[in-house]
Design a protein around this ligand. Structure first.
Ligand code: DOR
Ligand code: ZN
Ligand code: ZN
Length: 362
């Protein structure tokens, strides 16, 4: 058995309110415990987006009654909601800015909108743990790094998918620009070929899209050499009916599959790094970067357990995984949160609403 600090995921879509057919605060946080996570940061792209104090308060109220692991929130940026920030800043982990096509209706492209968002958030020294979390791809990644440097804003690049994006992030870090980034498991284990209609099809459709083998190799290298700071699942469940429709939405779930996928690569010597680095990527770095409490959760893992991922027995309400048929190693047997056993052998023991809403002073 391995005993590790529990994992923390800075990037999940728990879907409540507005899309509880896909997931809700209870099912999403159960999936988190099953995956070894005890702290999550939720994203704001709900049908009524979390871009106002009222929407944030509604979300916090709903979550408080249901969560079985700790949850914090990222606020949604628009070019003109800066007047909300002084009222919400103590209650959020960061500001999420969508600068490219994806699921939801808070996407703002082009320099005027990007500039307005950058200028209305806080300078890096005011809130070093509250970055602007960026959804962007390609040249837009270089553009946001430029804005971060020019206006001294802390940025965190979400779900890095391309070798070229990693190259500019590395260069920015070498220049001393305060930037962190994450990679998601789907970009590490699947390539663009998987999105073919005779393979996973819409079940491999996400934003950013799956990339080439060369990009995948570059991401693994980035995890090993430290230029990618952390893993994030970008857990983004959608129903099968939606995925089977003529206009399938972007996104895949990930909370219950990430550790097993990653640990197998480490155990079989393909990852290019060891278990200590995996723990840094899943548990230590997200807490350090986002200022989350440390030492509150533990997970016990049967490291010898090898299995194949299937759509059976998942806690996520969507009931499927894009990794079906792939192999994993290391099963989460027990999870503790603040000394309480909250998950054991496939069963959630924590009562609905027993976990904490994370607050972010300072
Ligand atoms: O694939 C994605 N799905 N990418 C995103 O940025 C949003 C997410 C969602 O909310 O479904
Ligand atoms: Zn995104
Ligand atoms: Zn996302």
């Amino acid at each position: 058995m391995l005993r590790l600090p529990s994992f923390a995921d800075p990037h999940v879509h728990l879907r409540e309110p507005g899309s509880t057919d896909k997931e809700d605060f209870y099912t999403g946080t159960c999936a988190a415990l099953a995956g070894g996570y005890t702290a999550l940061l939720d994203m704001p792209n709900n049908p009524v987006p979390t871009t106002t104090e009222a929407a944030l308060e509604e979300k916090i109220g709903l979550a408080r009654a249901k969560i079985v692991c700790d949850v914090g929130f990222n606020f949604g940026a628009t070019p003109d909601n800066g007047s909300e920030y002084p009222r919400i800043v103590q209650r959020v982990a960061g500001l999420k800015a969508y600068f490219g096509h994806t699921h939801g209706n808070i996407i703002f492209e082009g320099l005027p909108a990007m500039l307005a968002i950058f200028l209305s958030w806080y300078p890096a020294e005011r809130y070093p743990h509250k970055p602007i979390m960026i959804h962007a791809e390609g040249a837009t990644v270089a553009a946001v790094i430029g804005l971060a440097a020019l206006y001294n804003r802390r940025i965190h690049i979400c779900h890095l998918s391309k070798k070229s994006e990693l190259a500019v992030i590395r260069a920015a870090k070498e220049k001393g620009i305060a930037i962190t980034c994450e990679a998601a498991p789907h970009h590490l284990f699947l390539t663009e070929q998987e999105a073919a209609p005779d393979k996973l099809g819409a079940y491999a459709k996400m934003s950013p899209a799956l990339q080439t083998e060369e990009d995948v190799r570059a991401l693994w290298q980035g995890l090993a050499d430290g230029s990618i700071d952390m893993l994030a699942t970008d857990h983004a469940p959608h129903t099968r009916a939606e995925k089977d429709s003529s206009k399938p939405p972007f996104g895949v779930p990930g909370l219950e599959t990430t550790f097993g996928l990653m640990y197998r690569e480490v155990a079989e010597g393909r990852a290019g790094f060891d278990l200590a680095r995996l723990v840094e990527l899943l548990a230590i770095a997200p807490r350090r970067v986002f200022g989350l409490p440390e030492g509150e959760g533990e997970v016990e893992i049967d490291e010898t357990d090898k299995y194949e991922f299937s759509n059976e027995g998942l806690y996520t309400k969507c009931g499927w995984t894009p990794f079906v048929g792939m192999k994993g190693q290391g099963r989460v047997r027990r999870v503790w949160l603040r000394g309480q056993l909250v998950f054991e052998d496939g069963k959630v023991l924590a009562a609905s609403g027993s976990a904490k809403i994370l607050s972010f002073e300072g």
